[in-house]
Design a protein. Structure first.
Length: 174
């Protein structure tokens, strides 16, 4: 009996399984926050215009999101957000929005946008992309709180998920 208790107490927790369960639960909660007609973009997406998150970086005063748009088969319009003075917010083609959602369903509105690689952005925000052509945009949001580990970028009806988890640092020999 004592041997059985020792074996049970020595059993190691499956940390990987616990982490997967936590991620699954958080992702389910995050999906419940999404607006009703949001398209979750994934690798099997068949749309001509594709969006990909390059990076999401929490900086001291803001969160910097790098987004790439590219077309697969035929030319397409990609629209960047444009600030509407009359409405007091950033809009995509006069009605679409872009914002971040975290796992507590908190919304973080866009503060600024631009392109990387020095490409000029037209006043209306519309860019024509040809097959194989890509453009990278930088979107600036308020700084995400330190407790945020997962989130979704909503971009004109599309949802692109991201994680801010970092692998734990293991120090050998201590």
């Amino acid at each position: 009996m004592v041997l059985l208790l020792l074996c049970v107490s020595c059993a190691k927790r499956d940390l990987e399984a616990e982490r997967r369960a936590a991620v699954t639960a958080t992702w389910a909660k995050l999906q419940a926050c999404l607006p009703a007609q949001t398209t979750l973009q994934n690798a099997a997406d068949t749309e001509n215009l594709q969006l990909t998150l390059v990076s999401v970086v929490r900086e001291p005063n803001q969160t910097r999101v790098r987004l790439t748009a590219y077309v697969v088969r035929e030319s397409a319009e990609f629209s960047l957000p444009v600030y509407s003075l009359s409405r007091g917010r950033w809009l995509i083609r006069e009605s679409g929005r872009t914002y971040l959602l975290d796992e507590q369903c908190r919304e973080f509105k866009l503060k600024e946008r631009g392109t990387t690689a020095g490409q000029a952005v037209p006043v209306a925000g519309n860019l024509t992309l040809w097959p194989g052509q890509a453009v990278e945009a930088t979107l600036l949001f308020p700084r995400l709180p330190d407790d945020v580990q997962m989130g979704v970028l909503l971009y004109d009806g599309r949802a692109l998920s991201f994680s801010l988890w970092q692998a734990p640092v293991v120090v050998e020999g201590r």
